[in-house]
Design a protein around this ligand. Sequence first.
Ligand code: FAD
Length: 236
Amino acid sequence: MISSIPKWVGNLFESTLRPNAKVLETSYISSQVKKIRFQGDVSKMNFQIGYANVLRVSETEYRNYTAAYHDKEKGIIDIIFHIHKNGVGSNYFDSLNVGDETYIGPSRGKKLYDPSIENQFFFGDETSLGLACAFLPILKSNNHPFQFYFELDEENKNVPKLLGLENFTVFVKNDSFRNEKWICDLPLFKTKEWNTGNFALVGNVKSVQTFRKVLKHQTRGSVYSQGYWLEGKKGL
Ligand SMILES: Cc1cc2nc3c(=O)[nH]c(=O)nc-3n(C[C@H](O)[C@H](O)[C@H](O)COP(=O)(O)OP(=O)(O)OC[C@H]3O[C@@H](n4cnc5c(N)ncnc54)[C@H](O)[C@@H]3O)c2cc1C
């Protein structure tokens, strides 16, 4: 996905990339997790599970974020941002206040959910909390048995509960999800029911890749994965 465009291209499309959404509300769920409610015309956007919107974070840079909630009639879209303080996007959304205007581009992306599979498993980190919030009501209304696993920084370990998520296990981020042997010992692999589940893996690229490898070896399930960020890399 493109994360930056030359300034002259931006100038050329300035009219289409101008602010189209206004900040209605902001709240910090923790010092690193900020929820922003935007208002704008979202009527033509496609909010499938796994899809993300491209948001403008500077004159030339764009980043991907997921709608945690949307209401097409009211023109509302909620996004949950990881304020990790390492990048232009994180700093930009940390600075946004009620009344500020910004550009939210169309949503598009990758399929992560197969409704025909009964057991649904989700893995992610702070960047995936919004997707988990969007996913929860769908999992419940379609009566899926489901389980969320999150790897989170210590200071964010209460965030899933504060966001109203259910059936989740929080693992404090310590590189465990980069250790194939450690992953093999997770309770997930101790029961048969998950052997043919739908596995949606998002978040840190290295964690996602390692988890995916183990799932491919240990289960017959369908694995859908997408890395959301990688150490040292700008804007995936
Ligand atoms: C489809 C998709 C959906 C996404 N949805 C969301 C979402 O809903 N909420 C959300 O917060 N993020 C989401 N992300 C991730 C987000 O786009 C990236 O984290 C992005 O890199 C942030 O941009 P930045 O400008 O802050 O940092 P960048 O300029 O991209 O990166 C600068 C430095 O910060 C590091 N970095 C980037 N992200 C993180 C992080 N999360 N933790 C620690 N270090 C980091 C990079 O490794 C790099 O070294 C999504 C990504 C994709 C691909």
